[in-house]
Write a protein that binds this ligand. Structure first.
Ligand code: 3EB
Length: 353
């Protein structure tokens, strides 16, 4: 078994046949306006997050659905959906997909109080505590992938005494919990991404399983959890990729990848330069996974990509750069989102199997 990723226009989610619904672990949906998205619902039992991020190519709205392939081939238990606290999740024999969205309610920060832990840090801690508690209870203790979305990721936190960039506030909350639950060591860290949206709650999606995955790093980049302090007081908790054995199928979940070499941002202001550097980094992660696996298992040109673009106007040059690199059409969805460093114009994540 493995995992299957499908890109669909949002409206198509509702009209898939029951046999399709039976296989869906969950979905991440992107659209222009969160309000427009609220009107529709994937069948209530399937976890889905709606992200206020315009889709730049293809239909106006898009969903990325994760399907559990086991159900194509084997006789197996039906997927089970449930809730736990604010988490909605769905699980099969090997995989669990879950989502949680938490508002940064103003009550969390006591104005003028001595304890001015930023609301974003607090909701990040609440979300991650809930997620790990659930996974421990259910026995899906190994997280392969986190997707993190928040409003105003590059905002300077001027509303808090800390005055820290919001991505850095998020990193503090995330790492605090990873430390609390004993998951902060490099080989334990999952693949991840962290993106900024125009508005909306902190929204986290995650994919976990019962068997450990192998954390992969990129020899061209400093490990994110070893970034120097100039990028924030607590480092980001993620590895560059995770290599997971899903039944018979090997799967590589590659983190959001950007134009960073060592720990520095390269090609500021140059979208073609950043896209090419990102591709070199993605290829380096795939090579590293193949080296560890002991053979050419993974080929980046077979991947499913999600491309986050800071400036919609860069789309054509990005697509052309991808075409030049792969010499063929690749499976990708392009969405507008803010990247976690101000100078980064693009971030690309990929799933390869
Ligand atoms: C980077 O390489 C770019 O904080 O979860 C990529 C993937 C990035 C994941 C995260 C951040 C995260 O540092 C940013």
């Amino acid at each position: 078994m493995g995992i299957q990723i499908e890109y669909l226009p949002l409206t198509a989610l509702d009209c898939q046949p029951p046999s399709w619904q039976d296989k869906v672990l969950g979905a991440v949906s992107f659209g222009e306006s969160a309000d427009d998205l609220k009107g529709r619902h994937l069948h209530g039992h399937i976890p889905e997050i709606y992200l206020n991020a315009p889709v730049l190519a293809g239909s106006q709205f898009a969903s990325e659905a994760l399907l559990d392939d086991a159900l194509n081939t084997e006789i197996s238990q039906p997927l089970i959906s449930d809730k736990h606290g604010q988490i909605r999740y769905r699980l099969g024999e090997h995989l669990l997909f879950g989502v949680i969205s938490l508002d940064e309610s103003p009550e969390l920060t006591s104005p003028g109080g001595a304890n001015t832990t930023p609301a974003l840090q607090q909701v990040t801690e609440i979300a991650y505590q809930q997620i790990f508690a659930l996974l421990d209870v259910l026995g899906y203790t190994h997280v392969y992938r986190f997707w993190n979305y928040m409003a105003d990721i590059n905002g300077n936190g001027a509303d808090t005494q800390a005055g820290l960039e919001r991505y850095r506030q998020f990193n503090i909350g995330r790492k605090n919990v990873f430390l609390q639950v004993g998951r902060a060591q490099g080989h334990q860290l999952p693949a991840a991404c962290a993106l900024g949206l125009r508005s909306g709650p902190l929204s986290i999606a995650f994919l976990a399983g019962k068997t450990p995955s192998v954390a992969i790093e990129n020899p061209r980049q400093v490990k994110a959890y070893h970034y120097p302090e100039q990028y924030g007081p607590l480092t980001p908790s993620f590895s560059r990729a995770t290599l997971a054995q899903l039944g018979q199928q090997l799967c590589l979940f590659i983190s959001g990848t950007a134009s960073i070499v060592g720990h520095e941002t390269l090609h500021a202001g140059d979208i073609v330069g950043q896209t090419n550097e990102t591709l070199v980094n993605l290829e380096a992660v795939v090579s590293e996974a193949n080296r560890i696996q002991g053979g050419p298992v993974f080929d980046l040109s077979n991947a499913c990509f999600r491309v986050y673009v800071r400036h919609a106007g860069d789309l054509d040059r990005i697509r052309e750069t991808l075409r030049n690199h792969f010499n063929r059409q690749v499976k990708a969805v392009f969405v507008q989102a803010d990247i976690c460093r101000e100078a980064l114009l693009i971030e690309i994540e990929a799933t390869v199997q």
